[in-house]
Design a protein around this ligand. Structure first.
Ligand SMILES: Nc1ncnc2c1ncn2[C@@H]1O[C@H](COP(=O)(O)OP(=O)(O)OP(=O)(O)O)[C@@H](O)[C@H]1O
Ligand SMILES: [Mg+2]
Length: 235
């Protein structure tokens, strides 16, 4: 891994991003760039602003000031509908607690992500099944989330996040609810995805996850980037 990997093209660009929630300042002037093909880990104390940073990139919320540009699109110029489309088309996101829909089978949870962008049901299911095969969960396609293990649920969530070929995959504590072995499998999956070119922005408390998956580490303290360094991957 070299410093100029990704041909210098910024997929994510934050400039002077500030986010206030009432009296509290969650982000206090964050500027950073993530390049195509990078895997960036964000670490920092609880309440330091890590999830807020992801929600800015995901277009789930808007900064109080500053700009967020992803895949050439300035999110500040998008109206609510544009932002919803942006989230569906450009962003994949996985969470600590998977956020799957209990009433849908694993495959339908994943296919739904593409149907929401206007893909036909049959195409969506076909693409979902391809991802299930790639991620080693094809045998679980008709299973409902409650019957899946934590690791399987997270792999379904990864499949869902990848459905629309996102410019960046965002992960907020993706191994936080998993036991060691399942957590390692998810780490390896994220690493594999990055090695085939998926740009990754990952929030974690887990130093091992960061060093295993990420090529760069950003430390956030009190809503600011306190430190940044390249990592030698251990995997
Ligand atoms: N929707 C919200 N409304 C009000 N305050 C919020 C909201 N989201 C975050 N905050 C506040 O912003 C600050 C940063 O929160 P954030 O969730 O980004 O931290 P974090 O680094 O992800 O923490 P953790 O490691 O515990 O997940 C905290 O003080 C939090 O209370
Ligand atoms: Mg958080």
């Amino acid at each position: 891994m070299t410093d100029d990997e990704g041909n210098g093209q910024a997929v994510v660009q934050l400039s002077g991003v500030r986010k206030e929630y009432g009296e509290s300042v969650a982000l206090d002037g964050v500027s950073l760039e993530i390049h195509a093909g990078e895997a960036v880990a964000v670490m920092g104390p609880s309440g330091s602003g890590k999830s807020t940073l992801l929600s800015m990139v995901a277009g789930l919320d808007r900064p109080t000031s500053g700009s967020v540009v992803v895949h050439g699109e300035d999110l500040g110029t998008l109206n609510e509908k544009g932002l919803a489309l942006y989230r569906r088309r450009r962003i994949g996101m996985i969470f600590q607690f998977f956020n799957l829909l209990d009433d849908l089978s694993a495959l339908d949870n994943v296919a739904l992500a593409a149907q929401l962008t206007g893909t036909s049901a049959s195409h969506a299911r076909k693409r979902a099944l391809e991802l299930f095969e790639e991620l080693g969960i094809a045998s679980r396609q008709n299973t409902y989330p409650a019957q899946l293990s934590g690791g399987e649920r997270q792999r379904v969530a990864v499949a869902r996040a990848l459905m629309n070929r996102p410019a960046v995959l965002l992960a907020d504590e993706p191994t936080g609810a998993l036991d060691t072995r399942a957590g390692e499998q998810v780490m390896d999956l994220l690493l594999d995805l990055n090695q085939i070119g998926q740009t990754l922005l990952l929030v974690t408390h887990d130093q091992q996850l960061a060093t295993r998956c990420a090529s760069r580490l950003i430390e956030v303290v009190d809503g600011q980037v306190a430190r940044e360094r390249s990592l030698e991957r251990t995997a």
